[in-house]
Design a protein around this ligand. Structure first.
Ligand code: NAI
Ligand code: 15L
Length: 265
């Protein structure tokens, strides 16, 4: 592709993906509220608040693909979530529509289904059970993606990311972990496949005892290779006695399920 836009480029996943996506696009437009540093010759930085409609319209112009990572990535007040994740994702879709409908990868989250119990195997079309306002905002983003697909044929990969960190650091993450390398290979598949549609894909590595079934999206041809099992002994040594009452033991989304809902900061 000629130009890929990465929103949220200053964040953890943006920083992890930039070197791993080398060669995917001739030019990468990086955007965030925060500064992005150490640009390569193929990268350009455009600061932008996702909540600013006019700025997002300008940002998306001329892009052939959008990796939408930007926004609030943890539980926050409704005021905060509203601007970054509700207004922000609408602005991305409206801007994409005005810019010829570049393919989008939307970074959704396991917190859309966080109230399901660990161990229950979920299909991508399971009824949503968000565990937080953050999770609700990702449900909204997923619904918006689906509406733009049904109404305008705008293609999106809705990726429900589990826990994407350098390594799993809890027993829950032994199931939910997604390695940076597996995320990068998923991004490459999403932008390479001829017909994408609007699938929901579980963003999870090839972990033993994974809770999420990606069989319906096999046509994408993505094969995650990492497995959290290699960290099991380390995690269990650090956390030898799981508490049966702890949120991590009771909910797929872990601690988000017990965080209070707040209107304002
Ligand atoms: P992060 O919090 O490190 O990065 C998000 C970036 O978005 C930050 O650099 C922040 O400055 C930027 N941002 C926030 N509000 C903005 C606004 N109004 N305008 C422009 N930029 C704004 O999050 P991380 O871990 O990199 O996650 C990336 C995406 O993936 C997020 O959408 C997150 O919800 C999603 N995700 C991440 C998971 C993980 O395990 N890291 C799991 C599930 C979903
Ligand atoms: C997410 O959606 C968050 O962005 C990340 O910070 C983690 O909480 C992750 O899910 C997780 O569930 O481990």
């Amino acid at each position: 592709m000629n130009r890929l836009l990465i929103t949220g480029a200053a964040g953890a996943l943006g920083r992890a993906l930039r070197p791993r996506l080398c060669g995917l696009a001739n030019e990468v437009r990086l955007s965030d509220l925060a500064d992005v540093i150490d640009l390569t010759e193929h990268e350009h930085f455009v600061p932008c608040d996702l909540a600013d409609h006019a700025a997002v319209v300008d940002l998306v112009q001329g892009c052939d693909g959008i990796l939408h990572l930007g926004g609030i990535s943890v539980e926050k007040s409704f005021d905060a979530i509203l601007e970054a994740n509700i207004r922000g994702v609408f602005n991305i879709y409206d801007a994409a529509h005005k810019a010829g409908q570049p393919r989008i990868l939307f970074a959704s989250s396991n917190h859309t289904i966080g109230f399901y119990p660990p161990g229950q195997t979920l299909q991508p079309d399971v009824p949503l059970r968000p565990d937080s306002l953050y999770g609700v905002s990702k449900c909204y983003g997923e619904a918006l993606a689906r509406m733009y697909y049904d109404k305008y044929n705008q293609e999106t990969a809705i990726v429900r990311i589990g826990s994407c960190f350098p390594e799993p650091d809890s027993r829950r993450m032994l199931s939910t972990w997604l390695s940076y390398d597996d995320l990068a290979s998923l991004v490459r598949r999403v932008f390479a496949v001829r017909d994408l549609g609007c699938p929901v894909i579980w963003g999870v590595s090839n972990n033993d005892g994974v809770w999420w079934d990606n069989t319906p999206s096999e046509a994408l041809g993505w094969k995650p290779r990492d497995n959290a099992a290699r960290f099991r002994a380390k995690v269990e040594a650090r956390l030898p006695h799981p508490d049966p009452e702890a949120p991590d033991t009771r909910f797929q989304g872990g601690g988000h399920a017990v965080k209070p809902v707040r209107a304002h900061d």
